[in-house]
Design a protein around this ligand. Structure first.
Ligand SMILES: Nc1nc2c(c(=O)[nH]1)N[C@H]1C(S)=C(S)[C@@H](COP(=O)(O)O)O[C@H]1N2
Ligand SMILES: [Mo]
Length: 351
């Protein structure tokens, strides 16, 4: 076991704060990512919280502000389960860094995305009891972990629109894959905002503030922002990637099974994944796996016949509005440096 009870084969980008992703072959194995292989993205040290002392403060534009213990949260609201994929906005950033350097950003490979069955209560139910006022428009989540990456160093605070917070799918979760949330994933309680960039799924949440405008904390207003200023990341972009074979694989001639995932993002379904054996000259449609619900990725696979020599395998996903992933990372690069959902390219050698 590695640190934080993770598998030994995790790719650890930084040990402190702990930032790690699973190898792509591991992600290809199952629809739900084992907790030991679930990627971890931390901006500061993991706080050590006592579940008995933990409270969730609900404050701001509310008629009935609340302070809820874990016991009260579990007993007072209907339990909910949602299978949701969480994807860091930096997933596949290494592909952007190959185009342009972005100083200080983690060179995530393709594994800053994972899927779990989350158990908790619906944020909508909890907010309903606190009664948002008519001018409520955004919901801010605050956690106690202090990040030195922020300027000045500050706790992790971000927000989502009220409409998303009360749509039903967002959770205050205390378990993942039927296990109590481990500290590194936000235990005792975290927010899970299905379909949004991972940055909005706040771990160790301790305060929920209902506001008339988005959070002005560093991680909302400066980090996780696309240029021009003010354009904030929320809904995740449609994405797919090739997980197997890996970059640089040497394969025997003959049929090759290609596997990957596709994720539609916020309420958009992936309806088709195409795979090219020859750098985009020809394409064939992959078989899409069932997926574990509207907020989860879908695995896909197809069999390609690759000629001997070097080959570049590519993939692209389409959503139910016929939108396709953008072709090239060059068209996505911006000084904020976030979100590479361009077509994956995997070079292999066939002998
Ligand atoms: N309190 C807190 N919540 C946080 C973060 C953090 O650093 N602190 N990182 C965010 C980011 S950027 C991502 S991608 C997800 C990662 O969740 P995970 O570590 O459980 O995979 O948590 C989000 N929630
Ligand atoms: Mo992230």
């Amino acid at each position: 076991m590695g640190s934080w009870a993770k598998r030994d084969d995790m790719i650890v980008h930084t040990a402190e704060p702990y930032n790690a992703e699973a190898p792509m072959t591991t992600l290809a194995e199952c629809a739900l990512t084992p907790v030991e292989a679930f990627y971890a993205r931390n901006h500061g040290p993991v706080p050590d919280l006592d579940p008995d002392v933990w409270r969730l403060e609900l404050t701001g534009l509310l008629d009935r502000p609340q302070s809820l213990s874990l016991e009260r949260l579990r007993a007072g609201f209907a339990p909910r389960e949602v299978v949701a994929t969480v994807q860091c906005a930096g997933n596949r950033r290494a592909g952007l860094l190959a185009v342009h350097d972005i100083p200080g950003e983690i060179p995530w490979g393709s594994g800053a995305i994972s899927t779990a069955r989350w158990t908790g209560v619906s944020l909508a139910d909890v907010l309903a009891e606190a009664r948002p006022r008519p001018d409520a428009a955004h919901v801010e989540f605050a956690a106690p972990d202090v990040s030195e990456e922020a300027c000045p160093p500050q706790p992790y605070v971000v927000s989502i629109p009220l409409a998303k917070a009360i749509a039903g799918e967002a959770l205050l979760a205390w378990a993942m894959n039927d296990r109590l949330l481990p500290p590194v994933h936000g235990g005792p309680v975290r927010v899970v905002v299905p379909g949004y960039v991972g940055a909005r799924s706040v771990k160790w949440v301790s305060r929920v503030t209902v506001r008339d405008r988005p959070s002005d904390g560093y991680f909302q207003a400066v980090g996780y922002r696309l240029t021009p200023p003010g354009l904030q990341l929320g809904p995740a972009a449609i994405n797919c990637d090739v997980l197997v074979p890996g970059e640089g694989s040497v394969l025997p001639a003959g049929p090759v099974t290609v596997r990957g995932y596709a994720f539609g993002g916020d309420g958009r379904d992936v309806t088709r994944v195409d795979v090219s054996p020859d750098h985009g000259r020809t394409w064939r449609q992959a078989d899409l796996g069932p997926g574990a619900g509207p907020w989860a990725w879908r695995h896909w696979h197809t069999v390609l016949n690759l000629p001997a020599g070097e080959a570049t395998i590519m993939a692209r996903a389409w959503d139910n509005a016929a939108a396709c992933q953008p072709e090239r990372p060059e068209s996505l690069w911006n000084p904020g440096g976030y979100v590479n959902n361009s077509w994956p390219r995997v070079r292999v050698v066939v002998r």
